[in-house]
Write a protein that binds this ligand. Sequence first.
Ligand code: IMP
Length: 422
Amino acid sequence: MKKGKVDALLGIVFGDEGKGKVVDVFTPKYDIVARFAGGPNAGHTIIFEGKKFVLRSIPSGIFAEDKVNIIGNGCVIAPDLFTAEAKELETAGYNLRSRLHISKRAHLILPTHRVLDRAYEAAKGKNKVGTTGKGIGPTYSEKASRTGLRVGDILEGFEEKYAKLKARHEEILRNLNYTDYDITEEERLWMEGVAYMRTFPLVDTEIEINKALLEGKNVLAEGAQGTMLDIDHGTYPFVSSSNTVCGGVCTGLGVAPNSIGEVFGIFKAYSTRVGAGPFPVELFDETGDKIREIGHEYGAVTGRNRRCGWVDLVALRYAIMINGVTQLIMMKSDVLDTFPTIKACVAYEKDGQQTTDMPFDTEGWQAIYEELPGWQADLTKITSEAEFPEAFRNYVAYLERKLETPITILSVGPDRAQTIVR
Ligand code: IMP
């Protein structure tokens, strides 16, 4: 019987919930922090000792010197971007070599995967997904087609395998008439990145993690993106290409379901979405602009404006069900400090029909709201639950009632100290 547990920390809406900040608060409790899905499409912003870092592929536990950080088999990794990210941390004085382990089974994002990402998006015309352009979709497609290259491949006969796959991609691009690209410089950096990656421990991370669990060590599985961007359960086809939900922890790290302990579901006091796709709570008015401005809702990876709206209880209830969320974490509560009223979407409506269950296709559904009084007070100075303004306490109690799940951590500002644990 394994003594240790894998707790999951998952974005449960459209990503960008602020996982970076909480992982850092959580890290002291765990021996290992592991990423199980996604790749450099993620951008976890962490402010550490006054310096801002945006982590894409590297787990957020990297700032604590005694933790092992794992990039699991369910991830995809771009050697050039990984190198840039890792070198920035090394320059800032963090020692990575012994503490950052990469799964040999994680798939490699080639420069031509990124070209394919752009080519496929261009071919989609007005139905573009609005991807991050990092080659995520083409790399996961290749994995499913059983033609991809994995991290372990860089250890032997790599040049030949690479040339073969690149030639295949070039042929697809010629067939798509997408030939106006030049990856010479990108490819040079990518190959340098491959050489750099060889200096890291490239291991069978599933064996490492399971051995650690047997020894009673605890693991934090750090999610990327969010449930509504999951390839199976999100707003398909406007989703990412991996399983971002709790099931993805098992496949993306090689751990059994009975190793999962707590499932922390992280969401914001309002909703955002980057990229295309249905978003019933989207606000096109000045309230949406105000949320974006106060919440600094601009993409960490792409710099794009995030679409903003009120909290969506239909999506949250669905995500809690799919992931088995045991505790909720609400971020950015302070962004709503100045709003006289706060709304929450309790159902969707289309053609006179209402639903509280997530529909097959969320396109064309309108949000039905309930309205609550705003707290109109500064939450950022609050240090304990006893200081909550009454209207805020009521908002939290309302959400807990509707979601039938406790909110155990509340964030009231960007600083680590502005976190209330209940
Ligand atoms: P891809 O993951 O680059 O293929 O993009 C697919 C969709 O997921 C697009 O709508 C992206 O904007 C969105 N997406 C991917 N990664 C993130 C993330 O980390 N945060 C928020 N949205 C993301």
